[in-house]
Write a protein that binds this ligand. Structure first.
Ligand code: SAM
Length: 351
């Protein structure tokens, strides 16, 4: 997490891509609410996060657009960061044309697949594209980026505008509040939530997306996919595979009778439900270790602000993190809620 409200609101430096605050690099957009830094440490963390988080849903895309991507589509990734998602998909789907947009130019400028394009733009000034231009619009991990008001009045209307009729919109987000949290993670994530709310950011964003999309008559097939992966070192029983339970919360409605999804989210199954508390699959256990590292890194990078917010020294905060991620989480079976929310633009109604 980036910085507290007073720091990030410092005046932008004219003509620069970034501004520097307390030794860290941040975006330089006056209107933007984004809290995280954009320096090398944060960029490394985001790369690692991408490789780790995609395994929660076992794919990069959950909307049913595999065929369209193979045949040739126009795809937009909003807030693309390092461009990692665009780079992976443009290498796989050579007939499609990919665009990534971010206000901080941390994406590649020269060495990239021929069908990938990156543009520096602040979404809050409007997306630099015509209406009805994209078959698929994707956003991931923008929950520290916009206030509720910005989401509802600027970002979502812009996403819908650039989407072609029949095109798919997909969000991938994580809820900051843990499930089965012990006392340490409750305190640590409490301070993160406080930092977000102080900056006008809602850390519970994923739970609001469906509610914000539903009033649009031009959107249909709104669907949520939910997963609750465990984070930590699992010390309980481990099995090769978990039995599939079709009532699990992560179940996609388009599953066939094996519980596997028939849309783009191939192989999405019950590994990450909250029901399996005593036994975990090998897959879940291995991913739990990776998730623990990535999320711990997230808190470590912002130790300065979070410890201040919690009223402890940075050293005490780092000790708490260690204890929390290395011991408490496995004891409590701590989980996080990851959500993919997707919908389609109606091709019969204008708005
Ligand atoms: C946490 S990163 C996620 C990056 C990428 N989507 C991923 O999943 O790896 C959020 C990104 O959103 C970008 N962002 C935040 N507010 C923005 C805005 N107003 N306009 C454009 N990009 C923005 C940030 O610069 C950052 O690169």
């Amino acid at each position: 997490m980036g910085n507290n409200k007073s720091c990030i609101k410092k005046k932008p430096q004219d003509g620069q891509d970034f501004r520097y605050i307390n030794g860290r690099r941040y975006h330089n957009e006056e209107t933007a609410s984004y809290l995280l830094s954009s320096d090398m440490e944060e960029i490394d963390r985001q790369q690692l996060q991408h490789y780790c988080f995609k395994h929660i849903f076992k794919c990069n895309v959950s909307a049913p657009i595999e065929k369209k991507l193979t045949e040739g589509s126009r795809v937009l990734d909003v807030g693309c960061g390092t461009g990692i998602w665009v780079l992976e998909l443009s290498s796989k789907y050579e007939n499609s044309e990919f665009f990534g947009v971010d206000m901080s130019p941390v994406f590649p400028s020269q060495i990239k697949p021929f069908n990938s394009n990156f543009i520096k733009a602040n979404v809050l000034d409007g997306l630099p594209f015509s209406s009805d231009e994209f078959d698929y619009v994707h956003l991931s991990f923008l929950n520290a980026s916009f206030t509720d008001d910005q989401w509802q009045n600027i970002v979502i209307p812009e996403l819908i505008r650039v989407l072609k009729p029949n095109g798919w919109l997909e969000f991938y987000e994580v809820d900051v509040v843990q499930i089965n949290g012990g006392p340490l993670i409750e305190r640590i994530s409490g301070s993160l939530q406080k930092l977000c709310y102080n900056a006008g950011i809602n850390p519970r964003l994923p739970n609001l997306l469906k509610q914000w999309l539903s009033p649009y008559k031009c959107l249909k097939d709104i669907e949520e996919l939910v997963a609750y992966p465990f984070l930590g070192k699992w010390k309980g029983e481990i099995v090769d595979e978990l039995e599939i339970d079709n009532d699990l919360p992560g179940k996609c409605d388009d599953n066939d009778d094996t519980g596997r999804c028939n849309t783009g989210c191939e192989n999405f199954d019950s590994d990450f439900s909250i029901k399996n508390t005593n036994v975990k699959s090998k897959y879940e256990v291995e991913l739990g270790l990776l998730l623990k590292e990535v999320i711990k890194m997230y808190y470590t990078l912002d130790a300065e602000n979070l410890s201040m917010c919690m009223g402890t020294s940075k050293e005490v905060f780092l000790d708490m993190l260690e204890e929390c991620f290395e011991r408490e989480m496995s004891e409590y079976d701590t989980r996080m809620k990851f959500m993919r929310v997707m919908c389609r633009k109606d091709d019969t109604i204008k708005k």
